[in-house]
Design a protein around this ligand. Structure first.
Ligand SMILES: [Zn+2]
Length: 274
C-alpha cells in the first residue's frame, strides 16, 4: 500500500508517534472494526476511528435518530432526526474522511446473524447499553475467537475492558449470568461527556490492538467517575476455568442453544443504545 498525498498530510501526527508511524497507519487503513451501537458510546468511537483511518468501519444499529439522543450522541445532527442511525453515522464518516469504507447493518443483532456480521472484522466495539446484548456480543466473540472492547456508562461514570482470545477473562468470567434487571441510562440518566470518555477509550483500545501498541485493558477494568474525577484501573483475576462460555467445560457451545439468555425482558421498546 502506498499512501497518497492527502493521506500523507491527514495522518502526519500519527507518523510522529513511534508506536504507529507509517507502518501502523497502513495497518489501520487495511483493518476492519465493527461498532455495535451508534449511540452515546458509539458516536465518539466512530468519530475517532474514522479520523484515525480505519479502512473499513462496520456500524450496526437498528434504531432511528431521536431528538432525545442528541444530548450525547454527537455524530447525529438535529436535521437527521428520524433517519436511521446507521445512515446518519455514515454521512458523518463520509464528511470526515473519504478513506473510510462504511458498511451499515440496520438490524437487530441476534444469535442467528451476529456470527456472520462479526466474522468480517478484526476488532469489535460493544457500544450497546443492554446486558442481554452485551452478553450476546461477548459469547459470539468468545466462540468466534474475536477481540472486543466492552464498555458501559450511566450517570457520570463508566467502565471498560478488552477481551482478547486466550489472553484474559471475558465478560462472563467477571459477571457470570446476564443481569436481566439492570437499570439503564434511560432510567438513571447519563452525561454526554461521560459517554465521550468511555467511547474514546474504546476507540483507543481498537487502535492499540490493531497497531500492537501499548497495554490493552485485557484482564483489567478501567473505571471513570466524572463527579469525583477518580480514574482507576483494576487488575482482574485471569479467565475463570468455570466460565460458561470460555471455561474448561463450557455450557454454551452455540448461541442458538443459549438464546433465552439474550432476550431483552426489561424494556418496553426493546432497547435504547446509550
Ligand atoms: Zn469467560
Amino acid at each position: 500500500m502506498i499512501l497518497n498525498e492527502d493521506q500523507a498530510k491527514r495522518y502526519a501526527r500519527h507518523f510522529s508517534l513511534k508506536e504507529i508511524g507509517v507502518r501502523g497507519q497502513k495497518k489501520l487503513l487495511s483493518s476492519g472494526v465493527l461498532v455495535i451501537g451508534a449511540g452515546g458510546l458509539g458516536s465518539p468511537a466512530i468519530m475517532y476511528l474514522a479520523a484515525a483511518g480505519i479502512g473499513t468501519l462496520g456500524i450496526a444499529d437498528f434504531d432511528a435518530v431521536d431528538c432525545s439522543n442528541l444530548q450525547r450522541q454527537v455524530i447525529h445532527k438535529t436535521g437527521n432526526v428520524g433517519m436511521a442511525k446507521t445512515s446518519s453515522a455514515e454521512n458523518f464518516v463520509r464528511d470526515l474522511n473519504p478513506d473510510i469504507r462504511v458498511r451499515r447493518y440496520e438490524q437487530w443483532l441476534t444469535p442467528d446473524n451476529i456470527l456472520d456480521v462479526i466474522g468480517d472484522y478484526d476488532f469489535i466495539l460493544d457500544c450497546t447499553d443492554r446486558f442481554e446484548t452485551k452478553f450476546l456480543i461477548n459469547d459470539a466473540c468468545v466462540l468466534a475467537g474475536k477481540p472486543f472492547s466492552h464498555a458501559g456508562v450511566v450517570r457520570f461514570e463508566g467502565q471498560a475492558m478488552t477481551f482478547v482470545p486466550g489472553k484474559g477473562p471475558c465478560l462472563r468470567c467477571l459477571m457470570g449470568e446476564v443481569p436481566h434487571d439492570a437499570a439503564t441510562c434511560r432510567e438513571l440518566g447519563v452525561l454526554g461527556a461521560a459517554a465521550g470518555v468511555l467511547g474514546s477509550v474504546q476507540a483507543m483500545e481498537a487502535v492499540k490492538y490493531l497497531t500492537g501498541s501499548g497495554d490493552l485493558l485485557c484482564g483489567k477494568i478501567f473505571s471513570f467517575d466524572g463527579l469525583t474525577m477518580k480514574v482507576r484501573v483494576h487488575s482482574m483475576p485471569g479467565a475463570d476455568p468455570g466460565c460458561a462460555v470460555c471455561g474448561s467445560q463450557p455450557r454454551i457451545h452455540s448461541l442458538s442453544d443459549n438464546r433465552d439468555d439474550y432476550l431483552i425482558r426489561s424494556c418496553e421498546t426493546g432497547g435504547d443504545q446509550i
